[in-house]
Design a binder for this molecule. Structure first.
Ligand SMILES: NC(=O)c1ccc[n+]([C@@H]2O[C@H](COP(=O)([O-])OP(=O)(O)OC[C@H]3O[C@@H](n4cnc5c(N)ncnc54)[C@H](O)[C@@H]3O)[C@@H](O)[C@H]2O)c1
Length: 257
């Protein structure tokens, strides 16, 4: 593709959690579609390797999304490319424990990264996006921000919070030309979704309307749509890519086609 072409031509994007998984797929796709990308992750070596493979359109930094100073560094790196007009708040951690077994340390870690980190991201790009004349913020929530599951109290709290913060931000920032939407993946074959790296992960999803796990690239394509001007009339909304997991419950004893 020639310079200046692509669905994200002229865009400069910060993508957090870009060392692997969905963030990495988003970084590669956004750059292939003409964006300049700033990749942040606590996994410094891995995120630098991803940026190195992408080439001149990418730069990487060690970034802990809980740290306001790291956000400033990411914004500076982005504005070195040009006006900052896209943020994908993707980085997160999950923690599996019952309510009674969730310690204060577990709770504060998950809320600190997923919820506070996402808040700091939104806050950090408001002035830069105003300077850019507008922008698009994509906040990665989860199907666990739309419905519930046992054993993930802190993660669910953080992902519901991201969905709520998205709507507040959309209301506050719309008149600056800044759109804010939440993205809700479910069952994606990454280290978070498949920590044991099972080859047969698709088997776990046979009962859902699309009977397999999702791939990071399938989420990246939805993030691309939200980052691009193609989603120009959408803000404060929820965009789901979960193979139909959250559509409802299939009842074997009722009629089916
Ligand atoms: N995989 C799934 O099934 C699934 C389902 C629903 C939602 N999600 C969401 O999708 C997003 C991407 O997850 P993934 O599946 O690619 O998982 P992943 O674990 O492969 O990637 C997450 C990345 O975030 C980084 N990260 C963690 N803490 C950080 C911090 N404090 N600062 C900066 N970076 C940090 C990690 O190092 C990692 O590179 C997350 O928001 C996750 O909650 C995933």
């Amino acid at each position: 593709m020639e310079a200046g072409e692509g669905r994200l031509a002229g865009k400069v994007a910060i993508i957090t959690g870009a060392a692997r998984g969905q963030g990495e797929a988003e970084a590669r796709l956004f750059a292939a579609e003409g964006a300049k990308v700033v990749l942040g992750d606590v996994l410094e070596e891995e995120v630098r390797a991803v940026a190195g493979e992408i080439g001149d359109a990418a730069t990487a930094l060690r970034m802990d999304i809980r740290e306001p100073g790291d956000w400033q560094a990411a914004v500076s790196a982005a504005e070195a490319f040009g006006p900052l007009n896209v943020l994908v708040n993707n980085a997160a951690v999950v923690h599996f424990a019952s309510i009674v077994d969730t310690t204060m340390d577990d709770w504060e870690r998950v809320i600190g990264i997923n919820q506070t980190g996402t808040f700091l991201g939104i806050q950090s790009v408001v002035e830069p996006m105003k300077r850019a004349g507008g922008g698009s913020i994509v906040n990665v929530s989860s199907i666990d921000g739309l419905q519930a599951k046992n054993g993930i109290i802190a993660y669910a709290a953080s992902k519901w919070a991201i969905r709520g913060m998205t709507k507040v931000a959309a209301l506050e920032l719309g008149h600056h030309g800044i759109r804010v939407n939440s993205l809700h993946p479910g069952g994606i074959d990454t280290l978070m979704g498949n920590p044991a790296k099972m080859d047969n992960i698709d088997e776990f999803y046979r009962r859902y309307p699309i009977p397999r796990a999702g791939r990071s690239e399938e989420i990246a394509r939805l993030a691309l749509f939200l980052a691009s001007n193609e989603s120009s009339y959408s803000t404060g909304s929820e965009f789901v890519a979960d193979g139909g997991w959250s559509a409802g419950e299939f009842q074997k004893f009722l009629p089916t086609s």
